[in-house]
Design a binder for this molecule. Structure first.
Ligand code: COA
Length: 464
């Protein structure tokens, strides 16, 4: 049975900070953000928004767009790493908000949980719900998987350049108009790590950014190796001599903590895949330098990072490699369109990969490419750490959805924050009723209870 993504909708907060303003305030070269990281704007939440609001707004949009009633929804999952309760799942807040519009008890029949594993949990939620559909348990109902996050880092930290906020919701069913997941190829890797984590009670994460970047690439590559075995064993792909698995993916959508990380990850995977192929010899000849080899052949993250000489040479090699015509062709054809939205919005943690997917569809379609039957490979990563590699094929009815995508129109009207306003918001100095914007027809947070007996209870309204 086919199962996959029928429709996708985004909800992005209307406030943002501009990378150039931010760089100026922090004494950084704006080029570091714009060219080095690929960050132009970062979406910021208002005082009356939390990740549950973002998720509920995205859900309402997709339901209204598709004229769905709560009866049509069998499962509602929320994946996030911006959770504000250790026990109550975020999907229950979302259901509470949706019931303000659809009537109390309207979603009573619906199941679901909040899932957590840093930025990868949305991919696990998609996989589990796809299998719920494949197993015939859905009985004609749809699943909603919402990925919603606020990427907030300590003021003055290097992570502060890679913030953002927003939610992406995907409607799953057995007749998906957008993308059917390829069966029996989903591959995972997992390892106990401390590259990025957020201990109880702390609003911002503890991040070892460079370590995390490298771990992301290593873990995704491990998952890709497993994917490769499964894709060949299941007959999904057949490699001719001189081919790699990546030649059989028309697009690659990667986890994007910032847009240039997608390019780094692509370069890493491509290098490893091409190394054994005749084309690699030609590229090395053209580049005129040998590919560096780490002193320790085990290639563990500790040994690689400890080998400073190798790291420096490898960095240089990667920079040169990404400038080769061969890499540029792969980059432009398979990845570049997926990075556009990330540059304008920033890091969405769990939602970053799916914002990239949405961006890929819109901007590839705008090139006039017929997307029917194209295969998208997904490289999902969550710190802590786990990676998931899977794929899907764009379906014949995709145009019905993609032709109406218009990122710029959906983001508008946006309001640029001054750095002073941004810092006030960052330090949580204002209450929900002191919001910067007064939005209409959206769910907003009204207050968070501070009494002993009801501490933490949140109240939301739908702003008519
Ligand atoms: N002009 C152009 N490019 C510049 C530049 C300038 N003036 N200054 C630096 N750059 C480039 C660097 O060469 C580097 O490019 P490269 O990655 O191709 O080498 C890039 O900008 C970033 O610079 P770097 O010095 O590596 O940045 P940093 O160490 O200060 O911080 C992160 C970068 C990403 C590590 C940091 O922002 C971070 O930790 N973010 C959070 C990441 C995250 O959330 N990870 C979690 C899970 S995946």
């Amino acid at each position: 049975m086919a199962a996959g993504i029928d429709d996708i909708t985004i909800y992005i907060p209307r406030l943002y900070i501009d990378a150039a303003d931010f760089a100026k305030a922090r004494g950084l070269d704006p080029e570091k953000l714009q060219k080095g990281l690929g960050v132009s704007q970062m979406a910021i939440v208002d005082t009356n928004q939390d990740p549950a609001c973002l998720a509920a707004n995205a859900c309402l949009q997709i339901m209204q767009k598709n004229k769905l009633s709560p009866e049509d929804i069998g499962r509602l999952y929320v994946s996030t790493e911006s959770s504000f309760d250790e026990s109550k799942a975020m999907n229950s807040y979302v259901i509470g908000m949706l019931e303000q519009v659809y009537g109390q008890g309207a979603f009573e029949h619906c199941g679901g949980v909040e899932t957590k594993f840093a930025c990868v949990s949305g991919s696990y939620a998609l996989y589990d719900n796809t299998n719920w559909i494949r197993a015939g348990e859905a009985e004609g109902k749809h699943a909603l998987v919402v990925v919603s996050d606020i990427a907030k880092y300590d003021m003055g930290s290097s992570g502060e350049m890679t913030q953002g906020a927003g939610a992406v919701v995907m409607l799953l069913n057995d007749e998906p108009r957008l993308l059917a997941f390829d069966p029996k190829v989903t591959a995972t890797s997992i390892k106990d790590e401390y590259d990025f984590y957020r201990p109880f009670g702390k609003e911002t994460p503890i991040v070892h950014g460079q370590y995390s970047n490298l771990l992301y690439m290593i873990q995704v590559r491990k998952a890709l190796e497993i994917y490769k075995k499964k894709a060949l064993a299941s007959g999904l792909m057949k490699l001719e001599p001189g081919e790699t698995i990546l030649d059989h993916m028309d697009y690659l959508n990667m986890h994007l903590p910032y847009s240039n990380m997608g390019k780094k990850a692509l370069a890493y995977l491509v290098r490893h895949e091409w190394r054994q192929l005749p084309r690699w010899k030609k590229i090395i000849q053209e580049m005129g330098i040998p590919e560096p080899v780490p002193k320790d052949p085990r290639g563990t993250i500790e040994s690689v990072l400890g080998d400073e000489e190798f790291m420096a040479k490898d960095h240089e090699f990667t920079k040169l490699f990404t400038k080769t015509r061969e890499f540029q062709e792969v980059y432009e054809a398979k990845l570049a369109s997926s990075l556009i939205a990330s540059k304008m919005i920033g890091n969405l943690y769990t939602a970053s990969l799916y914002l990239g997917f949405r961006s890929c569809l819109e901007f590839e379609y705008q090139k006039g490419i017929d997307l029917n039957g194209k295969r998208i490979g997904f490289g999902s990563y969550g710190s802590g750490s786990s990676a998931m590699v899977f794929s899907g094929t764009i379906q014949p009815q995709y145009e019905e959805i993609v032709k109406n995508m218009n990122l710029e129109a959906e983001l508008a009207p946006r309001r640029k924050l001054t750095l002073q306003e941004y810092e006030i918001l960052h330090e949580n100095k204002l209450s929900p009723e002191e919001s910067m914007l007064h939005t209409k027809r959206e769910f907003v947070l009204v207050d968070v209870n501070t009494t002993v007996e009801s501490r933490g209870e949140r109240r939301y309204i739908f702003n008519e």
